[in-house]
Ligand binder design. Structure first.
Ligand code: 2AL
Length: 248
């Protein structure tokens, strides 16, 4: 089984970290391919960053389709381009936010999300509404850590994250915490140990969900709105996405 893990931002150290995390949890027979877009923001922490990064994600899916990937993981907590990505493939495509939310509801009745910047929290809030998890989530908490601070070995990111997670555990009436950034993937074990409650990180969650779906022979439905996009010409810088319109 081949799973293509896409880091939607263009920071290579984060891509490597996400790849290491995916490899740690993947089954022995699973091969992990990890990539990042050629162009786009170094971190995704606004609606603007997210819109630009979604194009990069779709380009990576198109590349993955030429390599016959069995599943895709979008490893940014805003799940940028998720539904559009599903339109481009029959393989399952899993976002790390939705994967984290799903697993949290299976082991707790309520969870909180602990993410990066306050301004980014709205993206997780929107996803909770869109995916129908609003009722399960007590609170989306921000640490006010910029995403790239998680890549700074001399920084204090772990302590800030731990303290916000402790507040979530002690004040929110929850049973589990979902980490709200792909760059937090390597901190899960330490946080779980320090907090003594389940901490879910979306990259691992998404890999195991992708493996389950592929093992069950389940892929993205091509019946209805996730069918392949209608072929049509594209202008300008997207001209190479053009396909002859289907005249039937
Ligand atoms: C993210 C993430 O997972 N990767 C990134 O660049 N931005 N999300 C976030 N909430 O900070």
């Amino acid at each position: 089984m081949q799973i293509h893990v896409i880091n939607p931002n263009t920071t290579a150290s984060m891509t490597d970290k996400i790849g290491a995390c995916a490899n740690r949890v993947a089954a022995e027979s699973t091969r992990i391919h990890v990539s990042q877009p050629e162009s786009g923001p170094v971190s995704i922490e606004s609606h603007f960053d997210e819109a630009i990064s979604a194009v990069g994600v779709l380009e990576e899916i198109r590349r993955g389709e030429t390599l016959a990937m069995d599943a895709y993981v979008i490893a940014c907590f805003g799940d940028p381009g998720l539904l559009a990505a599903r339109e481009l493939t029959r393989a399952p495509v899993i976002g790390i936010a939705e994967a984290g939310f799903h697993l949290a509801t299976l082991i707790s009745t309520r969870f909180s999300v602990v993410t990066t910047l306050s301004r980014t929290a709205i993206i997780a809030e929107h996803l909770l509404d869109q995916y129908g998890f609003r009722h399960h989530c007590r609170r989306v908490r921000a640490t006010d850590l910029p995403v790239l601070e998680l890549e700074n070995p001399a920084g204090n990111a772990y302590q800030a994250l731990l303290e916000e997670c402790q507040r979530a555990r002690d004040e929110d009436g929850i049973g589990a915490i979902v980490l709200g950034c792909g760059g937090m993937a390597d901190l899960t074990e330490r946080l779980t140990h320090d907090l003594q409650l389940p901490v879910i990180e979306g990259v691992s969650a998404a890999i195991k969900l992708a493996e389950s779906l592929v093992s069950l022979g389940l892929g993205t439905s091509k019946h209805g709105d996730l069918a392949f996009p209608r072929p049509k010409p594209f202008a300008g810088r997207f001209a190479d996405w053009s396909q002859e319109p289907d005249r039937r």
